[in-house]
Design a protein around this ligand. Structure first.
Ligand SMILES: [Fe+2]
Length: 253
């Protein structure tokens, strides 16, 4: 598969700032799964984006599950929530990168997501300020059909062979240090193992062997995690939708 390459050289820096958040699950529901507060997420994103702007981040990344499906909500209502979030993010004028989560495929097809975002879904690379970001999509069942085709089954997450090959090539060809992005977890230490991509070890082997990866950024496991594996930081961001407190961060590389 040829590398889909998005170049966004904001400024020629070796140091950069990333505004990062994950799992807002925004929709018209007050409470989901007992602990999630989806309706609050639009205001939480506004607060996060205000901070990102104030801190002059170079880019903003959402690691998936922008939306969720409120009980009895129509597909159109789900899409409207997605559009509302994107309009908010775009209003800040910060270059935005998105990695879809399992819930996003519950609201929209891959084609619809691409149309809404205005750019291709992973796998893609983006070279920004001297760092190569490599975005992957593990929303595939064991039969390697994507969730929007096969139906969402969040406990069966896999990276198809073409993405494993893509990761390998993108790392090998990178003149820059790299950061890998994925909604589902590549970190094997996630306590609830159903969150872990089934062939995560294969990807970790490639990541380790490349010697180029500074960090692997993930969402999906709502409690979050932060582990060093093979000298690489595997950071799982806590989900924005959980409780009334906010969750986002600014990373510097
Ligand atoms: Fe989530």
């Amino acid at each position: 598969m040829p590398l889909l390459h998005i170049r966004n050289e904001v400024k020629p820096l070796l140091k950069m700032k990333i505004g990062l958040f994950t799992d807002p699950h925004y929709c018209n529901a007050d409470v989901l799964c007992k602990t999630r507060r989806p309706r609050l997420s639009i205001q939480k994103m506004r607060c996060a984006l205000d901070e990102f702007k104030k801190n002059n981040v170079d880019i903003c990344i959402c690691l998936g599950d922008i939306t969720d499906r409120a009980p009895n909500a129509t597909k159109e209502e789900g899409l409207e929530c997605f559009k509302e979030v994107l309009a908010l993010i775009n209003s800040y004028g910060i270059p935005f990168y998105f990695v879809p989560g399992n819930h996003d495929y519950g609201v929209a097809t891959g084609e619809e997501l691409e149309r809404l975002i205005g750019s291709a879904l992973p796998p893609y690379t983006a070279d920004v300020c001297g760092i190569r970001f490599i975005a992957l999509d593990a929303n595939y069942r064991s039969d390697m059909n994507r969730y929007d085709v096969a139906g969402v089954l969040w406990t069966d997450s896999n990276l198809p062979p073409d993405q494993i090959a893509y990761l390998s090539t993108a790392l090998a060809e990178s003149p820059y240090p790299c950061v890998v992005l994925s909604h589902e977890n590549l970190d094997p230490n996630i306590p609830r193992t159903v969150h872990i991509i089934k062939n995560a070890e294969q990807a970790r082997d490639i990541i380790r062997a490349s010697g180029k990866v500074k960090a692997v950024l993930q969402g999906h496991y709502h409690k979050g995690a932060d582990n060093m594996i093979d000298g690489i930081r595997y950071l799982t961001l806590p989900a924005m939708c959980e409780g009334e407190q906010n969750s986002y961060c600014i990373l510097e590389f």
